[in-house]
Design a binder for this molecule. Structure first.
Ligand code: FAD
Length: 404
């Protein structure tokens, strides 16, 4: 009972507020927003937005009127502490907000590079709209970018920068790109595609210093002794979940804010969702912290349902996508931990899927330019069904028959 206060107005925070109203929740809803924009979509920041000339409003979930009409109070500012006994949140402005239920949807922040010259203006990161905007603004005056980190965001940006005519080098410490997230088959496909586009990918190397003259970036030194010239450096070396607010309030944290299978923290009046939440997963066993729009919005819907009387274990099936140049990668399920990969389709034709198995069980499907396989995978998982590796590899096997 009482107001719901949501800290963080990203994908998760916005969705809780919207879903609460949709479910008929009639008490006060406050959405604390520490960014100087209406809540917006993050995925285009490393993809289309950098290429386009559209304004920030093109990214907004909803116009301002929506929040007025729905009586969702957007509160500009930052939450700095939680008084759990008094059920109040303190904002940096000094204002306090009473809550009946508090939602922590604080997301994650960029992991910063700890290297000489890493704080120069031409060393950029990509997490928030202002960073994407800043990159878009300076790119026309730049000719050579070194991207540090070949994860999703680094590669999406690299592809975009190349399309915009920059010389692009990508550095990755691991022996293959996106190594934590996809199979070797998919890494190899993307390595080849980015190289075809003229991007130089350097694997198994680390940046050791950013070189500069007169405050301007001139290049990056590598652990193998080489030096790459550059007038721009973009860093995509992962994120750190924003757990400090919870930790300082005495809530259990580890690699995220610890929540149970209902997304509740150890305090029944406080929940955590999205990128910041380390949630118990009966389906996958143990705890998970995922970074995806699906995870944040499905968490939000599950929590809004609980707060309006429909208490259910969070049990959505994960899915994810990444657009890199002309290629669309879509992942259904969690493919980590596989011991067998079966390909359907043909990488040479730029359209295939990697079906990932552990023993006989299908963990997930990584699809490249095969949206049909991806949707099939999601529907199959929703039905808790599987197909055999032999069926997956056989293009004459009709996938639809497995859904009948
Ligand atoms: P966020 O959306 O990060 O929102 C958290 C908000 O809380 C932020 O605005 C933050 O500033 C604010 N905040 C933090 N602390 C406080 C505080 N104390 N007080 C007030 N506010 C606070 N996912 C996909 O599935 N597909 C993609 O293609 C994809 N592309 C991406 C591209 C980029 C460039 C980035 C950065 C992410 C991408 N993601 C993608 C990941 C996805 O955007 C995130 O998983 C998702 O935004 C997580 O939602 P969230 O609500 O947990 O956190």
């Amino acid at each position: 009972d009482g107001p719901v206060v949501i800290v963080g107005a990203g994908h998760g925070g916005y969705q809780v507020a919207a879903s609460l109203r949709q479910a008929g929740f009639s008490e006060r809803v406050c959405l604390i927003n520490d960014e100087a924009h209406l809540p917006y979509q993050r995925p285009p920041l490393s993809k289309g937005y950098i290429k386009s000339s559209a304004g920030p409003e093109s990214l907004m979930f909803r116009p301002e009127k929506f929040y007025q009409d729905q009586k969702i109070e957007l509160i500009a500012g930052r939450a700095v502490s939680i008084d759990r006994a008094g059920r109040k949140v303190l904002l940096a402005s000094g204002e306090t907000l009473p809550y009946g239920h508090l939602v922590l949807a604080t997301g994650a922040r960029n992991r910063l590079l700890d290297l000489p010259n890493a704080n120069l203006p031409d060393v950029k990161y990509l997490r928030i709209l202002d960073e994407s905007e800043a990159l878009r603004k300076i790119m026309p005056s730049k000719t050579r970018v070194v991207v540090i980190g070949a994860g999703f965001i680094g590669l999406e940006f690299a592809a975009t920068a190349r399309i915009k005519g920059l010389e692009v080098d990508v550095l990755e410490l691991a022996p293959r790109v996106m190594a934590r997230a996809v199979t070797a088959e998919v890494s190899e496909y993307f390595q080849a595609r980015h190289r075809e586009a003229g991007i130089r990918i350097h694997l198994g190397v680390q940046a050791t210093a950013i070189e500069a003259e007169g405050g301007k970036v001139t290049g990056v030194s590598l652990s193998d002794g080489r030096h790459l010239p550059a007038d721009l450096v973009v860093v995509g070396v992962g994120v750190l979940p924003n757990i400090e607010l919870a930790a300082e309030a005495g809530l259990p944290v580890a690699a995220g804010i610890i929540v149970d299978e209902y997304l509740s923290t150890a305090d029944a009046n406080i929940s955590a969702i999205g990128d910041c939440a380390l949630f118990a997963s009966p389906r996958f066993g143990g705890s998970l912290r995922l970074e995806s729009v699906q995870n944040a919005t499905d968490h939000a819907r599950c929590l809004a349902a609980r707060l309006t009387g429909d208490r259910k274990v969070y049990d959505s099936h994960p899915w994810f996508w990444s657009d890199q140049g002309d290629d669309k990668l879509q992942i259904a399920g969690l493919t980590t931990g596989y011991d067998r990969v079966v390909l359907r389709g043909d990488p040479a034709k730029k359209a295939f899927s990697a079906f990932c198995y552990k023993g006989d069980s299908l963990l997930g499907i990584e699809s490249i330019n095969r949206a049909g396989d991806h949707m099939f995978g999601r529907r199959l998982q929703a039905m808790d069904r599987s197909i055999t590796p032999e069926q997956a590899a056989d293009e004459s096997f009709d996938l639809k028959s497995a859904l009948a």
